[in-house]
Design a protein. Structure first.
Length: 424
């Protein structure tokens, strides 16, 4: 490729639109490309060639996932046009946890190649001296950052658990404008290099500042559900008053803004998962539910609270109860009355899409990709803006009609009285 950009249709109006986007300075027209064969993630900006009416691409940043070490198995993007009710989460102690909202976020899932996995995996009974393995297993930074309420007990840091299994699955959060990796996590999901020869299905869904992904763990013989939540920071409950407020940037820049603070947690699920989705409502007020297409041909849903990485390990404090946090449990429940497909089998679902309805409490869900197509209406926060089925509509009709009749009679009486008073 010679990085030349063609404008289609090649009209003066089309070129004027591109010119306007290109002339926007740092907020210009950015594009990116992903080559799964070479593992190259390239971010580029469209610019006008000097002394010419044509356009070309200038590279802004590049990230390479070495194909000799890892292969790309999935790429996911945030939901476009998603309605968000608030850019922050109110905690139980009335402080604010700010969401990291980056519309240019790209989730790249890679898997170690069998050759690289064999070289990276430490020998049994021996401590690994591989620096790359150690950095992925224990983290390269020893500095402990302040965690939001519920992430750990006061004064308690993350447990130091020795990990003797080599990481084989990697989830990278990449900015498509700057081309840099914002965060990267690893999982050990296989025991041998031979298991990496099988195709790996890792569905991913991105909603607001949440990243949810699932994969089958060959080591534990179950489906693992990984959860990442991205945050900018916290504001104390006394941080915003009538006389003071913390300094906050009103604009976001992929080239200048700080990287997110990431909270992560992994849960277990008893069923294999082929697709993921999330509910969408008209104003974003209703709670979110994540949809799972399982291996037994069912579509189940889970409230976002079950997947919150801030679920505490110990007993709940009063502030955590006020926030609605639940005590951590390693396995996610499959609740029959939260199964939209009910007794119907939905075979080989590959994608789950959702759309808002005319009322805030309802979300329309469509599961498709296989021989079956499943459509349902779900209520993530129940039907708080709908009349119940046992509502006495007949009585309401009688009351309304009676009020209209009484109003009409009173108006006639008042008119007759006014006429009589004028004549007298």
């Amino acid at each position: 490729s010679d990085n030349t950009v063609s404008v289609i249709p090649d009209t003066s109006r089309s070129r004027a639109i591109v010119d306007e986007a290109v002339a926007a300075g740092k907020n210009g027209l950015f594009v990116h490309s992903i080559d799964k064969h070479t593992g190259e993630f390239r971010s580029q900006i469209v610019s006008r060639k000097a002394g010419s009416n044509s356009f070309d691409l200038v590279t802004v940043g590049t990230t390479v996932f070495d194909p000799s070490q890892e292969k790309i198995v999935n790429v996911a993007y945030p939901r476009r046009g998603e309605v968000m009710q608030s850019p922050s989460t109110v905690l139980g102690d009335e402080s604010l946890l700010l969401k990291y909202l980056n519309p240019h976020l790209v989730v790249v899932v890679t898997e170690a190649t069998p050759t690289f996995f064999s070289e990276m995996k430490p020998d049994a009974g021996e401590e690994s001296t591989n620096g790359f393995y150690n950095s992925l297993s224990t983290g390269s930074s020893t500095q402990q950052m302040r965690k939001p309420l519920g992430a750990a007990k006061p004064g308690e840091g993350p447990p130091n658990v020795a990990n003797t299994a080599a990481p084989s699955l990697f989830v990278s959060l990449v900015d498509s404008v700057s081309g840099q990796i914002l965060h990267r996590v690893s999982h050990s999901h296989v025991d041998s290099a031979a298991e990496l020869l099988e195709a790996t299905n890792v569905p991913v869904v991105v909603s607001e500042n949440w990243v949810i992904y699932t994969f089958f763990n060959q080591r534990t013989r179950r489906t693992d559900v990984g959860v990442l939540t991205l945050h900018e920071g916290m504001i104390d409950k006394n941080g915003i008053t009538a006389f003071s407020a913390p300094e906050q940037e009103m604009t976001f820049s992929s080239l200048e803004s700080a990287k997110p603070i990431v909270l992560s947690r992994t849960f277990g699920l008893a069923k294999a998962v082929s697709a993921l989705g999330v509910t969408s409502t008209k104003a974003g007020i209703s709670s979110k539910q994540f949809m799972f297409a399982t291996g037994n041909d069912q579509v189940i849903s889970l409230d976002r609270r079950f997947l919150d990485p801030r679920r505490p390990n110990g007993d709940l404090k009063e502030s955590e109860k006020m926030e609605g946090l639940m005590k951590y449990a390693p396995m996610l429940p499959i609740i029959p009355f939260l199964t939209p497909s009910h007794v119907h089998e939905v075979s080989s679902v590959q994608s789950i899409s959702s759309s808002s309805a005319h009322v805030e409490s309802q979300s329309l869900v469509l599961a498709y990709g296989g021989p079956d197509v499943f459509f349902s209406r779900v209520s993530p926060s129940k039907g708080f803006d709908l009349l119940p089925d046992d509502f006495n509509r007949g009585l309401l009709t009688v009351v309304v009609v009676g009020l209209l009749v009484a109003l009409n009679v009173i108006q006639r009486m008042n008119k007759k009285k006014m006429v009589t008073s004028f004549w007298s």
